[in-house]
Write a protein of this length. Structure first.
Length: 253
């Protein structure tokens, strides 16, 4: 796992236009797409696909999506595009050559926890349970009053599973995932490979989970862009998804 990010601060102003020698790492939900009530309620429009295709050419292929979603979910969203992707916060990754890497994990123990999480969802209307295979997420966007109960449930699971797993918090979601990998370690892996190696890494994200990516690109001599409100270690800030798309589009006009 990447080192914990430094203490948050107030990011600076808007970033300069994207440069062609950057390696771009883009979060999806809250960055390229506006958050929806449930993960499957988002929609990728043709303009976004066209924008990503243009950016891929502009950066010489050095563009990757870095998400809490699975690689399969990302592919379904952006079809027919097949991009370099880090899924499940870096637990699975497809490099620019199309090779897929997945972190081995104790599947049987995670299946037992999945049953408990599914039972919790069944008892609490508004909870959305995502079983991603290597990780489990409980969304409480539709039932924010259950935040403490959700966190307690996931913390209890982590305590029982031991150091192999960790709690990953996010915007109105608690996730149980294998330890040792995060968005920062995913960026590091990409930066060791063509066509990312030798470029300046720039990470754009909106959530707590993106701070690991921010810390990594800064350590590697790059920059971080925070989307939306909230403290962050990022260098720059953009207000919302629309501003992110406009900023990225300026590079390919």
């Amino acid at each position: 796992m990447s080192a914990m990010p430094p203490a948050p601060a107030a990011p600076g102003g808007a970033p300069p236009p994207p440069a062609s020698d950057w390696a771009l790492f883009l979060d999806i939900d809250g960055t390229l797409l506006t958050h929806a009530e449930t993960p499957d309620a988002v929609y990728v429009d043709a303009a976004l696909r066209e924008l990503l295709e243009g950016l891929l050419r502009y950066c010489g292929g050095a563009l990757a999506l870095v998400s809490g979603r699975t690689v399969g979910d990302v592919d379904a969203l952006f079809e027919p595009l097949v991009l370099p992707v880090a899924g499940q916060h870096g637990i699975e990754r497809r490099d620019a050559a199309g090779r897929i890497q997945q972190l081995p994990f104790p599947e049987e123990r995670l299946r037992q926890v999945a049953q408990r999480f599914a039972a919790f969802k069944a008892r609490h209307p508004g909870i959305v349970f995502e079983d991603k295979g290597h990780s489990l997420a409980l969304h409480y966007r539709l039932a924010p009053q259950l935040e403490r109960a959700v966190r307690a449930l996931v913390e209890h699971a982590v305590a029982n599973l031991g150091e192999d797993f960790m709690l990953q918090g996010g915007k109105l979601v608690c996730e149980l995932k294998p330890g040792g990998h995060d968005k920062g370690t995913a960026v590091e892996a990409f930066m060791a490979e063509a066509p990312f190696a030798g470029r300046r890494p720039v990470f754009i994200g909106d959530d707590q989970t993106d701070e690991y990516g921010f810390a990594t690109v800064q350590r590697l001599g790059g920059h971080a862009v925070k989307v939306g409100e909230g403290d962050s270690i990022a260098d720059w800030r953009l207000p919302d998804v629309e501003a992110v798309r406009s900023w990225l589009a300026a590079a390919v006009k």
